[in-house]
Design a protein. Structure first.
Length: 714
C-alpha cells in the first residue's frame, strides 16, 4: 500500500504546490457523464493501450466502457474508444477479487465510490469495495497494473469473453506458460469484424493456482469465445504488479512488447507516461486567470491526442481483419473517425503533430492497399462504413495543400479519385444525377453536400499537381450542392430521381435511421454545409447579408425535434444549432466569412460558456475521437478552420488571455489579447507581426512562420 500512496503523491504533488506542470490541469473525468462517452483510464499519446475501468453495463452511454453514473466496476480492459457513438473494443479484461463469489458469471461487478478514484494523464487509481487498491498506468503497447490486496492474497479474474454493446467474442485462448506468465488472445466481431488482440501478461508474484473455465482444454491451453481464468496469488503484503503487452499479430510479439516496461517499476512507468503527456500538452501553452478555463482547455488538448491509435508492433508489422500479415512503412495507426475529425482535429494535427501526420496519412494509404478504398471509418483495419462522405479525402488533401512531406502525393491522388468513383454508398447515382436522389439512397442530402465538399478538395489537389482536366471535373462536381437548394424554404432538401423535392417537408424532422434525408440531424443543421463556396452559397439567398440572417434564424429557432425516431446524437441545442454533433461545428465561423465577425464572436462565447463545462457532464455530446475537443482548442485560441482543407483559419473570439504554439525548428506563434473596452466580447482589431490585418482570417503559412498575433478586444 505504501508504494501505491507514493505513486499517487508523486503524480499529484506538483499540481498541489509548484504549479509548473500542464498535466495538472487535465481532468480525465470531464465528459465521462452525460453523453461524452470518454474513458478516464491510463494511456499515452496515440497509444495502442487504453487501460481503463469498465462498469459492465450495456448501453449507449457506455460506449467507452465507463460512465460516471455507475457505482460498480467489472474489470480493467486494455483497449477503449474515446467518445464514439458506437461501442467496441474493451479487450483483455482483468479484475482483482478477494474471494471467488460469482466468479463464473459473465460479469462480476464490484462496488466503488468516486471519492476513492483518482486520474491524471497516464494514471488511474481506485479502491474497490472489496478492499483492493488498484492503480493503472501504460506505455504505448503495455498496460501496467498494481493491486494491493487487503490480506496479501487474492485472485485475478482474466476474461476473454468480456464484451459490451455491439461487440461479441468469437474465439479466445488462455495459456499459463509458467508460474509468472500468462498468454492468450481474444477474437471478436461487432463494429469491427475480424478483430484479434494478442497479449502476454507477466506477474510480480507466482501464480499459486490457476482455474480455467468456459473453455475447452487443449494440450497446453484453454480455448473458447468466453474462456476465463481465476489466478490465485499470495503476495506477502506486497502489491501484485501485472505487466501486459499487446499485439495484433501474435502472443510472442506481445511478449516482445513487454520490453517497454522490462526492469522498470510501476512508479517509473507512470512518471514516463506523465512526462510524455507534459511534452504533448506543452505544444500549446495558454494563460488564463480562470482556473476552470485552464482545465477545459488542457483537457480538450489531452483528448485531441488520444486517437488515432497505434496498431503495429515495434517492427511495424500488423495483422489485417482478414488475417493478412503486413509490414508497414512506419508506425501503423487505426481508429480514423473521419466524418468527425476532418473538421478540426486533422487540421490541428498539421499544426501541433506535424511529425505524426505522414504516419496517419500513410496508415490510410495502407488501408487503401489492403481494402481497395480509402477508409471511411477504420476500426482495427475493418471498414465500418459508418457515416457519410469519403472524408479521408479532405484530411489527405489538407496535408498535401499544406506541403506535408513523407507520403506519395501521386498515390494519394489516385486513392482519392478511386473513392470519388466508387461503386457503392450512392456515389454513382450522385455522379449521374448531379445529386443523390432520396429514392436511390438514404441520407441523400447529407451525402450530396459532403460529396460536393470532398470533390472540391480533390480539385484543389489536382490543381496543385497540375492535373487540370481533373481540376475542372471535380470543381464542377463540387457545385452539386446547388442542385438541392430550395429557394422557397431556404433549405437544402431531398429530391427524387425525377428531380422533384420530397414532400411533405419539415425542417425540424429528425429521422435517425437510413430512411432519413439528413444523417443525425435536421434540415437546419445540415443545410449550411458548404464550407468550400460560401460566396456562391450566399448568392442562393440573395447575398451575404441574407445568408447571415438565415444563420441568425438557426440560433433563434425552437430547440425541438419532430419525428418518432429522432436522433439521440442531436444534442447541445441552441435553437437548431446542435453543437453536440459535428455538422454544426463550422457554422459559427461562416459569420466571419460573410463579413460579420462580431456575430461569430458572440456565438463562440455562448457555446463555450454554455456547452463546455468542468466535471463529468462537461461535454454536450460524444467527443468523437477528439473532434468536440479540437473545436474548443481552436476556438479558445481565437480562430478555426471553417473550411478544413483551405489552410485558412477564420477569426472568432479568443477565450484565453495569451497563447503560444511551439512550432518545429524552435519557432513559436504567439496570440496576445489586449482589452480596449470592458466587455472582451469581440475582436475589433488584429495585428500580425506589427502590421494590421483584416479581422477575417489567418493563413496556415503565416502561422507556421511563427510570429505574434495581437487581438484587440472590446
Amino acid at each position: 500500500m505504501r508504494n501505491l500512496i507514493a505513486v499517487v503523491l508523486f503524480l499529484h504533488i506538483q499540481a498541489e504546490g509548484l504549479g509548473q506542470t500542464l498535466t495538472r490541469w487535465v481532468d480525465p473525468f470531464l465528459g465521462t457523464g452525460g453523453h461524452g462517452h470518454v474513458y478516464p483510464g491510463a494511456t499515452t499519446p496515440f497509444g495502442m493501450v487504453q487501460l481503463s475501468p469498465d462498469n459492465g453495463t450495456n448501453g449507449w452511454d457506455w460506449c467507452g466502457g465507463y460512465h460516471y453514473s455507475s457505482d460498480s466496476i467489472a474489470g480493467f480492459s486494455h483497449t477503449h474508444l474515446s467518445g464514439t457513438g458506437i461501442g467496441d473494443w474493451c479487450d483483455v479484461s482483468m479484475l482483482p477479487m478477494t474471494d471467488t463469489t460469482g466468479f463464473r458469471s459473465d460479469y462480476v461487478k464490484i462496488p466503488f465510490s468516486h471519492k476513492d478514484e483518482k486520474a491524471s494523464p497516464g494514471f488511474y487509481s481506485v479502491k474497490l469495495g472489496n478492499g483492493v487498491s488498484c492503480a493503472l498506468t501504460a506505455t504505448a503497447r503495455n498496460g501496467y497494473h498494481q493491486y494491493q490486496f487487503p490480506e496479501g492474497k487474492g485472485w485475478l479474474r482474466v476474461d476473454m469473453g468480456f464484451a459490451i454493446n455491439w461487440d461479441a467474442p468469437t474465439d479466445g485462448m488462455l495459456w499459463k506458460v509458467n508460474d509468472t506468465t500468462l498468454m492468450g488472445y481474444r477474437a471478436s466481431t461487432g463494429w469491427a469484424k475480424g478483430q484479434k488482440v494478442f497479449f502476454t501478461a507477466r506477474f510480480s508474484s507466482k501464480i499459486v493456482s490457476a482455474d480455467f473455465y468456459d473453455g475447452v482444454a487443449t494440450r497446453k491451453a484453454f480455448v473458447g469465445p468466453k474462456v476465463k481464468a481465476m489466478l490465485r496469488f499470495e503476495t506477502g503484503g506486497e502489491p501484485l504488479r501485472v505487466r501486459v503487452g499487446l499485439s495484433s499479430t501474435s502472443e510472442l510479439d506481445a511478449m516482445l512488447a513487454l520490453s517497454e516496461t522490462s526492469g522498470r517499476t510501476f512508479e517509473q512507468v507512470a512518471a514516463q507516461a506523465e512526462s510524455q503527456w507534459e511534452k504533448e500538452l506543452g505544444k500549446i501553452r495558454v494563460e488564463s486567470a480562470d482556473p476552470a478555463m485552464m482545465t477545459r482547455f488542457y483537457t480538450a488538448l489531452y483528448r485531441s491526442f488520444l486517437a488515432p491509435n497505434l496498431y503495429s508492433n515495434a517492427d511495424n508489422r500488423y495483422r489485417t481483419h482478414d488475417n493478412k500479415m503486413r509490414v508497414h512503412n512506419g508506425p501503423k495507426y487505426t481508429i480514423f473517425s473521419n466524418w468527425d475529425i476532418f473538421r478540426a482535429l486533422a487540421p490541428l494535427f498539421t499544426i501541433v503533430q506535424p511529425d505524426r501526420v505522414p504516419a496517419f496519412v500513410n496508415s490510410m494509404l495502407s488501408f487503401y492497399d489492403d481494402n481497395g478504398l480509402l477508409p471511411v471509418w477504420d476500426i482495427s483495419t475493418w471498414e465500418a462504413n459508418t457515416m457519410t462522405g469519403y472524408h479521408a479525402v479532405p484530411i489527405i488533401a489538407d496535408a498535401i495543400l499544406k506541403n506535408v512531406k513523407g507520403f506519395d502525393y501521386q498515390k494519394a491522388f489516385e486513392a482519392m479519385k478511386k473513392s470519388a468513383f466508387q461503386d457503392q454508398r450512392g456515389t454513382q447515382e450522385y455522379i449521374r444525377f448531379g445529386y443523390l436522389p432520396q429514392d436511390k439512397h438514404g441520407w441523400s442530402v447529407t451525402y450530396t453536400l459532403e460529396y460536393a465538399f470532398d470533390d472540391w478538395c480533390i480539385a484543389q489537389v489536382a490543381k496543385k499537381l497540375k492535373k487540370m482536366d481533373d481540376y475542372e471535373l471535380f470543381m464542377k462536381r463540387a457545385m452539386s450542392y446547388k442542385n438541392l437548394f430550395d429557394p422557397k424554404t431556404g433549405f437544402m432538401r431531398a429530391k427524387d430521381s425525377l428531380g422533384k423535392f420530397i414532400e411533405p417537408f419539415d425542417p425540424l424532422l429528425s429521422e435517425h435511421g437510413f430512411e432519413g434525408q439528413y444523417i443525425e440531424g435536421t434540415a437546419w443543421q445540415h443545410s449550411f454545409f458548404v464550407p468550400h463556396d460560401v460566396s456562391g452559397f450566399a448568392e442562393l439567398y440573395g447575398g451575404k447579408k441574407q445568408l447571415a440572417e438565415k444563420i441568425d434564424a438557426l440560433f433563434a429557432s425552437p430547440s425541438v425535434l419532430h419525428g418518432e425516431n429522432a436522433s439521440v446524437d442531436v444534442s447541445g441545442l441552441i435553437g437548431q444549432y446542435a453543437h453536440g454533433n459535428e455538422p454544426s461545428h463550422h457554422i459559427i465561423y461562416m459569420y466571419t466569412a460573410l463579413g460579420y465577425p462580431e456575430k461569430a464572436a458572440e456565438k463562440v462565447r455562448l457555446v463555450a460558456d454554455s456547452l463546455y463545462k468542468n466535471g463529468p457532464d462537461g461535454l454536450s455530446g460524444n467527443d468523437d475521437c477528439g473532434q468536440m475537443s479540437a473545436w474548443f482548442v481552436f476556438s479558445a485560441l481565437g480562430f478555426y478552420p471553417m473550411n478544413p482543407a483551405s489552410g485558412e483559419y477564420m477569426f472568432g473570439l479568443p477565450l484565453v488571455d495569451n497563447a503560444e504554439i511551439r512550432l518545429p525548428g524552435g519557432r513559436s506563434f504567439r496570440v496576445e489579447t489586449r482589452s480596449v473596452g470592458g466587455r472582451r466580447s469581440r475582436i475589433v482589431r488584429a495585428e500580425w507581426n506589427g502590421k494590421e490585418i483584416p479581422v477575417i482570417s489567418l493563413q496556415h503559412e503565416q502561422l507556421l512562420k511563427g510570429g505574434r498575433l495581437v487581438l484587440e478586444l472590446d
